[in-house]
Design a protein around this ligand. Structure first.
Ligand code: ATP
Length: 594
């Protein structure tokens, strides 16, 4: 298959914002793809070479691309760099330079998908001495054979910024139509994806074994499972009603969710976003190695920082400092040790426990763990009375937790990978504002700072995720809560998300100074949720023509690096929060008196 066939689709995808049209284009592309390379085409379309959990990234440095483009187009390297400073997207620059025929004096040769993938694969694995020269040689040889459009996408891909805006779910839709039994196969494919976290693998399994092979895909040790998520409620009576009168309440620890895969050979730890974080938590690895009965296990738990001397739980922020730190892990482990609280079991004894009810999973988990002061099952109580639930909530808060996770104990309480549902409900202590809870919002735009913030960003445009339409809808402009250090670091942090114009998956009525691919997620508290004529979150769901906004938003200081943009608070949740707020106001004594 020629690479030109794929980039033809990419160019059309970039020219539309309609999800149905994108799906149709992908169906055509999959129809035209030989089954033997379907996984490669899927990965390339996602802008990667492997599933994220393997952590193999292309990420060629900009400077190296300046050099490669200069070599191939006969431009001075400094010219390419200047154009980049001015225009910001090296892909478009590459395309322009290649279009200028007078500057291009090379012979074109058709590039195949296999060649593109293989060369990128070599580049991704190049390390150590001589790797820069070798990467340059490979890039130059690819670009030397490329058309202007191919050069654009090769450049973006090499930088790790393909940014087509194609969501995983759209690829699943297209696979269902092209290779499955039509659209109705999508839930089955989604289930397979949720259990393997690898779209290329799902595509290959489907292409070679059909829907039968997809239906029998099992969870496997070493391949992370997309985490099950909770809905939220703020009233113990309502919670018990939802749970048919009885539930299991567990402490909701304020730490970092870890999915541990334990085999006879090794222990691998994955974050909530399914990145491999084993190197950052050798202490958790050791705890599990020494204290688990059994091999071939997948379990989930929360790692929480603890005070050395008192054993008290400490704030989450202290553990987030470990993330991304490649150095001095030993020192950090000594200063801020962690405790690990397993709360679920997904695989053991060659059995896929995700299909078993909660109480069975919990019981098997209990028998697996030899507990000590750093390792213990999440504290749990079976409750059937709101007063009992509220008392347990107070215990949890007094012990340094965020609140409770309420879990269904009915026979259908299976582990629903990748899904947010009412089988789990989070019940958090109230924040001191009217808003019952913090929200996690995706940064989709930024505004230049003025005065003291001149030269930096002064405020960010934040959005909630509209899952059913797969777009991000704005909900506030937030400029408070940022420390000077945050303000200094934000431009650098956001650089990799910058795009020239509003991203196709962002719905905004507001013009920002800089537009960003939804990627960075921030935790925000606010005074309340209000109706808004300018924000697009929940548009028309409460009143025609009105969206919803977070009033007086403030950054809590928590960068939710453990969340991808699609994991942020949904617009439906914001609508629910608005409704809950109205209900609270109408039930308050002052409202009754009025
Ligand atoms: P939040 O923003 O409230 O941290 P979230 O969006 O990350 O939540 P939710 O499903 O909404 O994810 O809340 C569940 C989170 O709570 C889990 O991801 C996990 O990190 C944490 N947690 C702490 N204790 C438990 C527990 N006992 N059972 C399940 N999850 C727990």
């Amino acid at each position: 298959m020629f690479y030109s066939r794929i980039v033809e689709t990419y160019a059309k995808i970039e020219a539309t914002t309609k999800r149905l049209e994108i799906t149709r284009l992908l169906v055509e592309l999959i129809d035209a793809t030989p089954h033997s390379i379907i996984d490669k085409v899927v990965y390339l379309t996602q802008g990667k070479l492997y599933p994220d959990f393997l952590g193999i990234e292309l990420g060629v440095a900009e400077k190296l691309l300046f050099r490669a483009l200069a070599r191939v187009t006969g431009q001075a390297e400094s010219n390419v760099a200047t154009l980049y400073k001015k225009l910001g997207d090296l892909g478009t620059i590459a395309e322009q330079l290649f279009k200028d025929k007078t500057q291009v004096s090379f012979q074109r040769e058709a590039l195949s998908v296999e060649e593109i993938y293989n060369v990128f694969n070599i580049i991704a694995h190049e390390k150590g001495q001589g790797s820069i020269d070798s990467k340059l040689k490979h890039l130059t040889s690819l670009l030397g054979k490329a058309s202007p459009t191919e050069a654009k996408y090769i450049t973006r891909m090499a930088l790790g910024r393909l940014r087509l805006g194609v969501a995983d779910m759209t690829i699943l839709d297209a696979l269902a139509i092209s290779l499955g039994r039509g659209k109705e196969s999508r839930p089955t494919l989604e289930r397979a994806y949720n259990r393997t976290s690898d779209l290329g693998y799902v595509a290959r399994t489907l292409a070679t074994g059909g829907m039968e092979a997809i239906e029998s895909l099992k969870v496997t040790v070493g391949r992370p499972i997309r985490p099950m998520l909770a809905e939220r409620l703020s009233d113990s009576k309502e919670i018990l009603a939802k749970m048919n009168g009885e539930c299991a309440a567990e402490y909701k620890y304020d730490g970092l969710r870890i999915q541990a895969h334990v085999s006879a050979k090794e222990i691998t730890l994955f974050s909530r976003r399914l990145e491999n974080i084993t190197d950052q938590f050798p202490d958790v690895q050791q705890l599990l190695k020494n204290n688990l009965e059994g091999t071939a296990l997948i379990l989930e738990g929360e790692a929480v920082p603890v005070d050395q001397s008192t054993g008290e739980l400490l704030p989450f922020q202290l553990i987030s400092q470990r993330r991304g730190r490649k150095y001095d892990i030993e020192g950090t482990i000594k200063d801020i040790p962690v405790a690990f609280y397993p709360f679920d079991l997904l695989h053991a004894d060659e059995i896929d426990y995700t299909d078993r009810p909660y109480l069975e999973r919990r019981e098997r988990l209990r028998r697996l763990i030899r507990k000590n002061e750093r390792l213990d099952l999440a504290r749990q109580k079976i409750c059937n009375d709101p007063v009992q639930l509220d008392e347990f909530m107070q215990d949890a808060v007094a012990d340094g937790c965020e609140g409770l996770m309420i879990k269904s104990i009915d026979p259908f309480s299976t582990y629903k990978a990748g899904a947010r549902g009412w089988t789990w409900i989070k019940y958090k202590r109230e924040y001191k504002s009217e808003m019952q809870d913090s929200v996690d919002l995706a940064v989709v735009g930024a505004f230049a700072g003025r005065g003291r913030r001149g030269g930096a960003y002064g405020a960010l445009l934040l959005a909630a995720y509209d899952k059913s339409n797969d777009v991000f809808r704005t909900v506030c402009k937030c400029g408070s809560g940022f420390t000077d250090k945050d303000l200094d670091e934000l431009p650098k942090l956001l650089e990799k998300y910058r795009v020239d114009h509003v991203h196709p998956r962002v719905d905004s009525k507001i013009e920002a100074d800089a537009w960003l691919v939804p990627g960075l997620v921030l935790e925000i508290v606010g005074a309340e949720i209000t109706l808004s004529p300018i924000h697009t979150c929940g548009m028309n769901s409460i009143r025609p023509g009105a969206g919803l906004a977070v009033r007086f938003p403030r950054f809590t200081g928590k960068y939710r690096e453990d969340k991808s943009a699609e994991d942020c608070t949904t617009s439906n949740e914001i609508v629910e929060m608005y409704r809950a707020q109205l209900k609270k106001v109408s039930e308050s004594p002052s409202a009754e008196a009025a």
